[in-house]
Ligand binder design. Structure first.
Ligand SMILES: Cc1cc2nc3c(=O)[nH]c(=O)nc-3n(C[C@H](O)[C@H](O)[C@H](O)COP(=O)(O)OP(=O)(O)OC[C@H]3O[C@@H](n4cnc5c(N)ncnc54)[C@H](O)[C@@H]3O)c2cc1C
Length: 485
């Protein structure tokens, strides 16, 4: 059997469902869900980490299924419209240290006109909302072109992608995960897999498999605020820049509250009683096309993305804030009088939720001190950025790192005592503040590549991920162009 021919165990049932669409799912009970797929690796969640995990494994000949609840790959970077890619350089801004699949994806985007190379982007410019700390060498990209790049890189690698498919619960054998119960257009079905990667962002697979987790900050129980991103176009960029640049010397942070881009226009709107948002300035980033900008300004506090009603209320509030911001742009911001709303994220931007507890819990002090553990699977220099942590609803905690970079250990990808499971992306084992640094997309992709490579080596070597020789893993990552010591 070709490695790309996934075993479809219930083909007859699928044919029956095609004759009478929907009938199978109407009457289905969970216990009757057929085992539709058998694969070696199941990756749950097709965000940046899940895509890189699936591609890394499939390129090593592993039968890989990548499933996502949405209709495209990319998670927050496409459905959530968040961007640009945060820095992939060291803290001095001299060397690109997140490479491997991340770099390949950036190069593919550029080839399609969908990104500007990070070497050309400096902090303190319109591409970084004029923020001048921790934002050197970001990568602006077009989310629609990113969807295409992710489709193609997965298809070329032989990853079987299942869209519109929700992970419901794991199938367990004692403490070992051996598959998943899923719900998609074909109804309730099962997938069996040798290894499962949790790249859901919320750590849903781990939590439902019994892995202990901390929700938000361990002490306060708070999570970072959520934000609904949106994109605008038809902006007279030259006039907008001309309004901002003379105010750059006034940019400041007071008690954790940022008075940065357009804070003078926010003050005008506030004085007129037309601003009730928590922020005092507007993060607005120029995109690849000159008249297009990404807006990161809505802020919704205490959102629990694992609670259906709470998340629903947040979606309503996010769109209400977008309406208020569009009024603000039209009335108060030079160059934005005729700006058009291109779209809001089709998912709420969730910065923080569950932190599954793994063999090692990544600590913020390690990042600040620049610790590079022997089993590091990634080097990064993203600074610690905890929105809404101090200074009232608008305040945030920002901690620069003291060395050029820090390392993330493989142990943070290994969840508690559940076997055959790996964590990737935002939901690796980390404390709240350190997650505020490594959750951004370039490190999430590098973590995904490491998780997929570890899964592949474990399957090929017939060992549990926990027993994998980390020297072998690091050698494989280096061979695949990851930047590691
Ligand atoms: C408001 C906000 C602003 C941000 N700004 C930036 C920025 O400017 N630059 C940057 O680099 N990063 C930014 N980030 C961080 C970054 O976008 C995310 O942390 C990153 O995308 C995490 O990647 P991931 O693969 O772990 O998860 P995600 O991107 O969240 O992807 C997870 C995927 O899993 C799917 N999924 C979840 N549960 C299930 C389930 N039960 N069944 C099936 N599928 C499921 C989801 O639909 C989603 O597609 C921002 C994040 C937010 C929320």
């Amino acid at each position: 059997m070709d490695r790309r021919d996934f075993i479809t165990l219930s083909g007859m049932m699928a044919a029956g469902a095609a004759i009478a669409p929907g009938l199978a799912s109407c009457s289905q009970r969970e216990d009757d869900a057929p085992e539709r797929y058998k694969c070696q690796l199941l990756v749950v969640g097709g965000g940046p980490s899940g895509v890189c995990a699936a591609v890394a494994a499939a390129r090593k000949g592993i039968q890989t299924i990548l499933m996502d609840s949405g209709n495209c790959l990319g998670g927050m970077g496409t459905k959530g419209l968040v961007g640009p890619f945060m820095t992939c350089y060291d803290a001095k801004g001299e060397n690109m240290i997140i490479r491997g699949l991340f770099e390949e994806i950036v190069d593919r985007l550029i080839a399609l006109g969908g990104a500007i190379h990070p070497r050309e982007i400096r902090q303190g410019t319109e591409f970084t909302a004029w923020i001048s700390e921790g934002h050197d060498h970001c990568t602006p990209f077009d989310p629609e072109i990113l969807k295409l790049v992710y489709d193609r890189i997965c298809q070329e690698a032989g990853v079987k992608v299942l869209f519109n498919t929700q992970f419901l619960r794991p199938v367990m054998n004692g403490r070992r995960i051996k598959g998943a119960l899923i719900s998609g257009p074909s109804g309730l079905e099962r997938i069996s897999a040798d290894i499962v990667i949790d790249s859901t962002g919320d750590g849903t697979v781990a939590a439902r498999s019994g892995v202990p987790f901390v929700f938000g900050d361990k002490e306060s129980g708070r999570v970072q605020p959520a934000s609904l991103f949106f994109r605008i176009n038809n902006v007279d960029t030259d006039r907008l820049i001309a309004d901002v640049v003379p105010h750059l010397p006034e940019f400041r942070r007071v008690n954790g509250v940022s008075y940065r881009c357009l804070h003078w226009r926010v003050a005008e709107a506030e004085a007129a009683g037309e601003w009730d948002l928590a922020r005092k300035s507007v993060n607005i980033w120029r995109s690849v096309e000159k008249d297009q900008w990404v807006v990161n300004c809505t802020r919704i506090h205490n959102v629990d993305s694992t609670d259906t009603e709470n998340l629903t209320a947040a979606e309503f509030e996010g769109r209400r804030q977008v309406e208020e911001l569009m009024h603000f742009f039209h009335k108060y911001v030079p160059g934005c009088e005729k700006a058009t709303l291109m779209g809001t994220g089709s998912v709420m931007g969730i910065r923080e939720s569950r932190h599954p507890q793994g063999d090692y819990v990544q600590k913020v002090d390690d990042l600040i001190a620049g610790v590079i553990p022997d089993d590091s699977i990634l080097l990064s220099a993203n600074s610690i950025d905890v929105h809404g942590a101090v200074g009232g609803p608008a305040g945030g905690l920002y901690m620069p790192i003291k060395k050029d970079m820090y390392g993330i250990p493989y142990r943070a990808l290994l969840p508690g005592d559940v076997d055959s499971l790996l964590l990737a992306g935002r939901c690796i084992s980390a404390d709240s503040a350190s997650a505020g640094a490594i959750r951004v997309m370039p490190p999430a992709m590098a973590i995904g590549q490491a998780a997929g490579t570890a899964a592949a080596l474990s399957i090929l070597g017939k060992v549990q991920p926990r027993d994998l020789d980390t020297a072998e893993l690091i050698a494989a990552l280096k061979q695949d162009k990851a930047f590691l010591p």
